[in-house]
Design a protein around this ligand. Structure first.
Ligand SMILES: [Zn+2]
Length: 204
């Protein structure tokens, strides 16, 4: 994948213009607006999960366009890290890892750690098989993930890293596993935040 990316002329992952992995127009559409996010665990996200963000994150995760990691890391420049932080990427299912050949959140954690001169660690795994979260409802996601992750003990405040936060179920499960292994979880960082739609049909 990396080799192909180097041989072929780059095309913008969003608008397909030939030249760079992401063109200036699309890059400026990914305007960093770092904000605190509360999903039962507090963290930070840089951008909204817009159409351009979706294209860019999918190009990285599903098509191995790792050249985007530099841009993603830059979007997070304004987000403060605790002193002595250890960045830990969320695990992917074994099916996804076999298909992609890499764990996207771990690559992002490594790249961000290098940029910010802090440590990163591969310290989270799935202890059992899980169903594809994308196919599940909010409640089913919680059940699917409950008690699914195992963590290693680390020395320093852990910041969980993922590409996108939606319901936060994965991040909460990761925080639970981290705490169970005796770690202190300082929060999370994701590139993008999915703005949850409020269900107005069921007022109570
Ligand atoms: Zn473009």
């Amino acid at each position: 994948m990396q080799l192909l990316e180097n041989l072929l002329p780059a095309t913008c992952v969003s608008c397909r213009k030939v030249g760079r992995t992401i063109c200036d127009t699309c890059l400026s559409a990914l305007q960093a607006r770092p904000r605190q996010v509360d999903r039962g665990i507090i963290g930070w996200s840089a951008i909204d999960y817009s159409k351009t963000a979706t294209s860019a994150i999918n190009a990285f995760k599903e098509h191995g366009r790792t050249a985007l990691l530099g841009e993603f890391s830059k979007l997070l420049d304004e987000v403060a890290l605790p002193e002595n932080a250890i960045l830990v990427g969320l695990p992917s299912s074994s099916t996804a890892t076999r298909k992609r050949g890499f764990v996207p959140a771990e690559l992002l954690a490594e790249r961000l750690a290098r940029r910010r001169s802090v440590r990163s660690a591969h310290a989270l795994v799935f202890a059992r098989k899980i169903a594809d979260q994308a196919l599940l409802s909010r409640e089913q996601r919680e059940v699917n993930l409950a008690g699914s992750m195992l963590a290693k003990p680390l020395s320093g405040p852990v910041v969980l890293i993922d590409d996108v936060v939606t319901t936060g179920a994965s991040l909460r499960e990761a925080a639970r596993a981290m705490a169970a292994a005796g770690n202190q979880v300082a929060g999370f960082i994701t590139i993008a935040e999915t703005i949850l739609k409020i269900d107005t049909s069921s007022k109570n």
